[in-house]
Design a protein around this ligand. Structure first.
Ligand code: COI
Length: 363
């Protein structure tokens, strides 16, 4: 039977003034709505106790398995306000299905798509006032579903008690400098993921393992790190939390193929679809880092951009590595193709272009 979320409203929600102040300048990931949705899974019983309750600290034993063995997965998607006031999500079933794949890899229980959708709907209905108004720039209510091993047990085995929650965070641009291109650092010493590992799963460990490379990049004046394949250290994989695309001089849109070590981005797959509408030929294949270095110099690579739910489409500028660099092709605000792909995506998400692929679901 599908889950029904009982709503327990908080007695002390944020005042209208405070919420308006936050929504006027939300930033990313700093503010949270009044409620969260939660459900519990226990072995033998399945999913139960689905509630929407006040957002606040969670009670966890210090022995909870997630704190020791990182048995955890998460998702990221957004709720967009349209001009008529309605609120929509973009391809939420893709997030539900990816969370199921991630859960399988981390030996966590799968949350059925209907229950995933019910959790989003229950939370957004309760906190609908937290979805930023239409026409306030690139703002949305970022939804963060996550699932973790809450069982207090120190043996290494899949947990018998698991908690699933969704929290909501009003969001503006992920990068505070807007469309200013990000500078990337090639992390030669660190890999993000390896063959047979968890690279394709959306699990905290992949993000944790990207941080040392990102720190190394920051120390070299860069914004983000780009990770190469762990076997040969020559093929481009992805950034710490975004996929990469390359626009060639002959109208192709290249992106690294999915090898099991790269996150199957929902934005990535949407861009591969949208590319065709824009007259670009999508190509998923192994891309050598040398091809990037060479391509920006000889003009065969015209534009580079990174993408993800949080960052949408972000122009990539200079590439740096120990002892060298390759120039930016992005100008001050990214190239023409980068900007048209970004606009095509945002127009569908905000209801400004016809949703010909049925990507939107009303929340
Ligand atoms: C997202 O784009 O939604 C992510 O989960 C990536 C993270 C860097 C915010």
């Amino acid at each position: 039977m599908s889950l029904t979320f009982d709503i327990h409203r908080r007695p002390d929600p944020a005042t209208d003034e405070r919420r308006a102040e936050i929504l006027a300048n939300p930033g990313f990931g700093q503010h949270f709505s009044d409620h969260m949705a939660t459900a519990t899974w226990t072995k033998g019983e399945g999913w139960h106790d689905a509630v929407v309750e006040p957002y606040g600290p969670i009670s966890l034993m210090p022995s909870a398995a997630v704190l020791h063995y990182a048995q955890e997965v998460f998702e990221g998607l957004k709720a967009y306000r349209h001009e008529d006031g309605s609120v929509w999500s973009f391809r939420p079933e893709a997030n539900a299905e990816r969370m199921q794949r991630s859960a399988r890899r981390l030996a966590l229980p799968e949350l059925p798509t209907d229950d995933f959708m019910a959790s989003l709907k229950a939370l957004v209905e309760t906190d609908v006032a937290w979805v930023p108004a239409f026409g306030t720039g690139e703002t949305s209510l970022y939804l963060r579903p996550f699932m973790y091993a809450s069982e207090p047990f120190l043996g290494v085995r899949p947990a018998n008690e698991v908690t699933y929650s969704v929290i909501a965070s009003p969001a503006g641009a992920y990068f505070p400098r807007g469309l200013e291109p990000v500078t990337l650092w090639i992390s030669e010493g660190y890999a993000r993921a390896g063959r047979g590992g968890t690279g394709a799963a959306k699990t905290g460990g992949n993000y944790a393992s990207s941080l040392a490379g990102q720190l190394e990049g920051i120390e070299h004046g860069c914004d983000q790190a780009v990770f190469l394949d762990s076997a040969t250290h020559t093929a481009i994989e992805e950034l710490g939390g975004m996929n990469l695309f390359f626009v060639t001089d002959d109208g192709r849109l290249l992106t690294p193929e999915l090898t099991g070590t790269i996150l199957e981005g929902v934005t990535r797959s949407s861009i591969l679809e949208l590319a065709k509408d824009l007259g670009l030929e999508p190509e998923e294949r192994r891309i050598e880092i040398e091809e990037w270095k060479q391509g920006v110099r000889d003009g065969s690579i015209r534009e580079i951009f990174a993408c993800g739910t949080a960052a949408v489409v972000t122009p990539v500028g200079e590439l740096r590595w120990e002892g060298g660099s390759a120039p930016s092709t992005a100008g001050d605000e990214g190239g023409e193709v980068t900007r048209s792909i970004r606009k095509a995506l945002l127009d569908v998400q905000y209801g400004l272009a016809e949703d010909t692929r049925g990507w939107l679901t009303r929340l």
